[in-house]
Design a protein around this ligand. Sequence first.
Ligand code: SF4
Length: 282
Amino acid sequence: MRPTCVLQMRNTCAVTTVTTAAVDPVLADAVDVARAAAEAEAPGLVGEHLGVEGEGERLATHRFATRDPAYRGWNWAVTLTRAARAKIATVDEVVLLPGDEALLPPPWVPWHERLRPGDLGVGDLLPTQADDPRLVPGYTATDDDELQAVAFELGLGRARVLSFDGRVDAVERWYAGDNGPEAAIARAAPASCATCGFFVPLAGALRQAFGACANEYAPDDGRVVSVDHGCGGHSEAVVVPASPAPAPPLVDEFRIDVVGGPLGHEPGSVSGDDTAEPFGHS
Ligand code: SF4
């Protein structure tokens, strides 16, 4: 009895116990037959014998180390068998298998599990699974054009609509993100979106908690925000008083202002004898 990893997924290993068959003595002794079979596949690259284990009745596998530098840690596995009452081992198959020290790639992950938000680029197509849990059938299409037109009129013109799970996912994602109440800009806001004139509630069940911001000066313009989000662009945060218009200039047409008086010399000149000028100029 030996433990064996039978399921490898996301670094978890479900361990169960399997029975190793007793090794057939004829097959266990046929090391040279197994080595010759491995040498036929890779001449000069078959190393030491690592052991033999039973696979079933008259079925056993010999393992040999490989000397191929490109496959360090891999083993040649040569499976032998024999007919009932026969004393000659025959080769069933020869394969190169990874050992404990083999360099292996990480487990393969399907593309739809590898996708991350933001991976979708211009021109990319993102097929949605037929059984995507985020979606449920919307309405049953009909050949009746009039009925079809009415369905579109009522907003039922989609083959699939958001399921309950899809709504819950969206609500949790939006509420915990940058457009929810815990965002730094929301905590510093003077009031919440619920009382903002730029807040446009969503339709349907989500309108109780979410709407779109329609303030072009707000960082969340055009995005979904929660009712308890907020920002400094709140419509009622600060009402800026209008600036008073400047008064028109007054012109007194009945008086004149005399600028300067008559000078005793030419303007701009001072004679050398004239010591009365206090600052040495006119
Ligand atoms: S301007 Fe600010 S407070 Fe108003 S809806 Fe947009 S994010 Fe909310």
